[in-house]
Design a protein around this ligand. Structure first.
Ligand code: CIR
Length: 273
C-alpha cells in the first residue's frame, strides 16, 4: 500500500464555527457607524456560510452562541491554528475575552494549545499565514507584546513572524487574504508600503474597498456576494468562487474569514502533535 496516499486520504478539514448571538447588534465597532442589524437575517446568512463550508468538504464543528457575547460568531479572532499547535489569542477588545474558554476546550481536542498573556493582545483576524511566513497586522487590536509572544510560540516550528503596519481598517485580513498559494487579494490603501511585493497581487475594485477578505478552502473561495466587481476580476483569472450573502454580518464589521477556524486532522487521532 502507498502509505503517503493513505495518510493524505485520511486528512480531514474541520471548520469550527460559532452561532450568531442574539446580542449581535451590541457588537464592537471600530471603523463603521452603528446601524440596525437584523439578527434573524444574520443567522440565515451565517447558515448559508456553514453550508458552503460543508459543500467544500469541511466537517462542521458548531459551537452555540451566548447571549452575553455579541461578537462570538467571529471566532477567527480567538485563535491561530497551525498544523502543529494552536495559539489561543487575547483579543484587543475586552468584551471579547470571555469568548475564549469555549474555544480553548474545543481546540484542545485537536492541538496542543498555547496562550497569549497580558500585556499582549492579538486578534486572529490580524494573522495571515502564508505557508511558513506569518504576517501580523499591527492594528488597534494587536500589540507588539502579542506579536512577540506569537513569534516565540511558533518559531520553534520553523515559522517566521513579521509585523505589518496598516491603517484605516480593523484587521490585517480586512486588507489582504490569500486566494491561492502564490496570490493575494489586497486593498493596498490599508497597508503601509508593500510588504507583500513577492506575491502576485489582485487589487480589489476601487468601488469595493472592503472586498479583500476571501476564505480559501483548497483551490476554491468562499466570498461575499456583494462584491461583484472584484469577484469578476477573480473569476476572469480562473478562480472558482462560492458566493454567500454576508452583508448583515458585515454591519458588525465581520467578513468571511472571521466566521470559522479551519484545521486539518488525521482521522486516526485528535492532536496533530
Ligand atoms: C469586532 O469588532 O471585534 C467585531 N465586531 C468584528 C470582528 C471581525 N473579525 C474579523 O474580521 N476577524
Amino acid at each position: 500500500m502507498d502509505r503517503t496516499l493513505s495518510t493524505a486520504s485520511r486528512k480531514r478539514r474541520i471548520a469550527v464555527v460559532r452561532e450568531v448571538s442574539p446580542a449581535l447588534a451590541d457588537c464592537e465597532l471600530t471603523h463603521l457607524d452603528r446601524q440596525p442589524i437584523d439578527v434573524d437575517r444574520a443567522q440565515r446568512q451565517h447558515e448559508e456560510y456553514i453550508q458552503a463550508l460543508a459543500a467544500l468538504g469541511c466537517e462542521i464543528h458548531r459551537l452555540p452562541a451566548e447571549d452575553h457575547l455579541p461578537d462570538c460568531v467571529f471566532i477567527e479572532d480567538t485563535a491561530v491554528v497551525l498544523d502543529e499547535v494552536a495559539i489561543l489569542t487575547r483579543p484587543g477588545a475586552l468584551s471579547r475575552r470571555a469568548e475564549l474558554p469555549t474555544v480553548a476546550e474545543v481546540l484542545a481536542r485537536y492541538r496542543s494549545v498555547l496562550t497569549i498573556e497580558a500585556p499582549g493582545t492579538l486578534d486572529g483576524g490580524d494573522v495571515l499565514v502564508l505557508e511558513r511566513q506569518i504576517w501580523v497586522g499591527a492594528s488597534d487590536r494587536t500589540n507588539p507584546s502579542g506579536i512577540d509572544q506569537l513569534r516565540q510560540h511558533v518559531e520553534t516550528y520553523g515559522y517566521t513572524v513579521t509585523a505589518v503596519e496598516m491603517r484605516d481598517c480593523l484587521h490585517l485580513k480586512t486588507a489582504v487574504t490569500a486566494v491561492s498559494s502564490d496570490t493575494l487579494l489586497i486593498q493596498p490603501q490599508w497597508i503601509v508600503g508593500n510588504p507583500f511585493d513577492a506575491w502576485r497581487q489582485v487589487e480589489v475594485d476601487p468601488e469595493e474597498p472592503f472586498a479583500a477578505n476571501a476564505l480559501r478552502i483548497g483551490d476554491e473561495l468562499i466570498y461575499p456576494a456583494d462584491f461583484r466587481l472584484t469577484r469578476r476580476r477573480l473569476e476572469l483569472m480562473g478562480f472558482t468562487i462560492h458566493h454567500v450573502p454576508a452583508d448583515e454580518l458585515a454591519k458588525a464589521e465581520g467578513g468571511v474569514t472571521c466566521c470559522s477556524l479551519l484545521l486539518d486532522r488525521n482521522e486516526d487521532g485528535g492532536r496533530a502533535v
